[in-house]
Structure formats: structure tokens, C-alpha cells
Write a protein that binds this ligand. Structure first.
Ligand SMILES: [Zn+2]
Length: 159
């Protein structure tokens, strides 16, 4: 869907903000009735908070904005597949739909390692769309980690 690509583009812009402050580039945007009600990027290092993931920060902002913990008709766009913590928060905030870019083989809980978003034992299931601007999303991450490895090598050479 064209719209999905548009909003994923905005999530990528968020991810780039994270990258610019040396955070792992992950960004999220929440949309309700065509309006952006939450937008955030990973701030784990900056804030030294293990829960400062893009999705959680965006959900928090969205709840404040609509004045409710229920985000029933909202769609969450995120550049990387949600981890168990964020997938849990997505289910608990009753988000209708999740669109993610890159799969996460080391932590993805929206279909890769497990699928917390669509487990029928929970009282809420989420529609999941994958692969929107996937290459761009994963390229952002692989470039980031490549640069880190390069910097580490250079530091070693200096010793
Ligand atoms: Zn997370």
C-alpha cells in the first residue's frame, strides 16, 4: 500500500534521528485516522533505560495524545520487527495493525522467533504487515553496525 510506504518513510526519518546521536537506528510512528499521534526513536543509550525503545516511546506519546491507553484503530509503523517487550505493549494497548520493515532474527517477536502479536491465547490479536521498505530499514542498521566495527578496529590500531 502506498500509504504504508509513506508512513514507513517517516519511521525511517525517526530512525535516522537515532543514528545521528549514535543510537541503534530504529524509529516508530503511530497513525490514527490519518493523523500521526506518536513518533519516536530509540533512546536506550542516551537515557540509559532498557525500556527506551522507539515503539514504547511512541505508544506512550500516543496514549497521552488521545487520552486513553486503548489505541484500538491505530497502526504502528516500525523500522525493525518488535522485540518481546514492545510486542507485549502493542498487544496491551490494543493496536490494530503493525507494519514493520526489517526482520530481527535475534529478537523479533512478530513472526520471526515467535509471534506475540497473533497468539490466539491473548485477548487481542494484531494485523501484521511485513517487508515495507525492508531493504532501506535493514540497510540503515547494517551500515550503523559496520561503522561501529570500523571505529573499533581503528581504536585497536591506535594501541
Ligand atoms: Zn522493543
Amino acid at each position: 500500500m502506498k500509504q504504508d510506504e509513506y508512513y514507513m518513510g517517516l519511521a525511517i526519518e525517526e530512525a535516522k534521528k537515532a543514528e545521528s546521536i549514535n543510537e541503534v537506528p530504529i524509529g516508530a510512528v503511530i497513525v490514527l485516522d490519518g493523523e500521526i499521534i506518536g513518533a519516536a526513536h530509540n533512546l536506550r543509550e542516551t537515557e540509559q533505560r532498557s525500556i527506551a525503545h522507539a515503539e514504547l516511546l511512541a505508544i506512550d506519546e500516543a496514549c497521552k495524545k488521545v487520552g486513553s491507553w486503548r489505541l484500538e484503530n491505530a497502526t504502528l509503523y516500525v523500522t525493525l520487527e518488535p522485540c518481546p517487550m514492545c510486542a507485549g505493549a502493542i498487544v496491551l494497548s490494543r493496536i490494530k495493525r503493525v507494519v514493520y520493515g526489517a526482520r530481527d532474527p535475534k529478537g523479533g517477536c512478530a513472526g520471526t522467533l515467535m509471534n506475540l502479536l497473533q497468539d490466539e491465547r491473548f485477548n487481542h490479536q494484531v494485523d501484521v504487515v511485513t517487508g515495507i521498505l525492508e531493504e532501506e530499514c535493514s540497510e540503515l542498521l547494517s551500515t550503523f553496525f559496520r561503522e561501529i566495527r570500523k571505529k573499533k578496529k581503528q581504536l585497536k590500531k591506535r594501541d
